[in-house]
Design a protein around this ligand. Sequence first.
Ligand SMILES: *Cc1c(COP(=O)(O)O)cnc(C)c1O
Length: 396
Amino acid sequence: MKKEEKQRFETKAVHAGYDSERHFGSLTPPIYQTSTFTFSSLEQGAKRFAGEEKGYIYSRLSNPTVSILEERIARLEGGEAALAFASGMAAVSAALIGITKMNDHILCSKGVYGCTFGLLQMLKEKYNIDHHFHNMISAEGILSNIRENTTCIFIETPINPTMRVIDLELVTTVAKKKGIKVVVDNTFSTPYLQKPLQMGSDLVIHSATKYIGGHGDVIGGIIVGNGDTIRYLQKTTQKDIGGVISPFDAWLLLRGIKTIAVRMDRHCKNAGKLAEQLKNHPKIKAVYYPGDQDHPDYEIMKRQMKKGGGLLSFEIDGTYEDTVNVVNQLNLIQIAVSLGDAETLIQHPASMTHAVVPKEVRKEMGISNQLLRLSAGLEAPEDIWEDLEQALDSLR
Ligand SMILES: *Cc1c(COP(=O)(O)O)cnc(C)c1O
């Protein structure tokens, strides 16, 4: 066993995948800002292309700074290997296009990221890769929704933006029996809070733009899985579609991820406090936070997540106009999509992240016009609450 494998999560987040001795003692990973790599002879180039000699060829295929990031995240998720992409959607599309074929069927959690929804539509129209959404709350329910051509189950948990939690062990147990691959978009939870591969999933995807980067300054994506699947994706949908991350963006993610454990602890603490305070406010109709003991999936969350996460949603007890007024009254809290940044962010799913989802589907997913999603930042919780409270009080 390598000495790194015994290390705890927090230590791996700082050190995994990087050995300064191989880089002139540079404490932080160097940025290999190069498009291509030179060979010492034609024979060496030929060997690299043939896979007979390890080494770099061209930065769309692999790059040393990017490799450090990939190895670090693979270790944090407990996977064998990882691939980094230019965005979370480049990762989602490379994974789904890579593991499905024409006429397949994908079973999805009831609620997926808006652009994932768009991608699924496109796969259906162009390649007859069908999909449908299911709540995944019982083994019988999942089984009865599996078709002969179902080859993939795609899950987000907690679900964006309704915060329902899916029992990953339940889903992977059913999927294993049927030989179906389970892909989990783990963006909301991060490997610090939840490790889907250890619960039997086949692939984990991240929008690294969110908590992995953690500072709102980079767009990136990751796929983690077993060595064979990752090598296959590397040679196909990564290399030939080409949505690779730049060395500089990989470096920003390497910098961000060092602090993921301390950041997540604070994000979770702030979100938990806000959920409590919102629940007691007369202008709030409902609060959806997986770390709240009254949340319908609290027991599942306790089993598979370390903490309740940094995101919560809530419904204003009022009209759409009241909801608009609350948001426009905020001073500290910024109105923006995205999540996982140091700044507390608020957005209106019905008109922003989920605007592409047809109205009837939105209604079925529980996304009303009064629903707001908040990503708790790293500010003092008192300051975040005081801002929310003055905005809500302005409704009276
Ligand atoms: C943001 C997000 C994505 C897409 O990631 P990008 O980095 O914006 O391409 C996918 N899934 C979830 C859950 C997200 O929050």
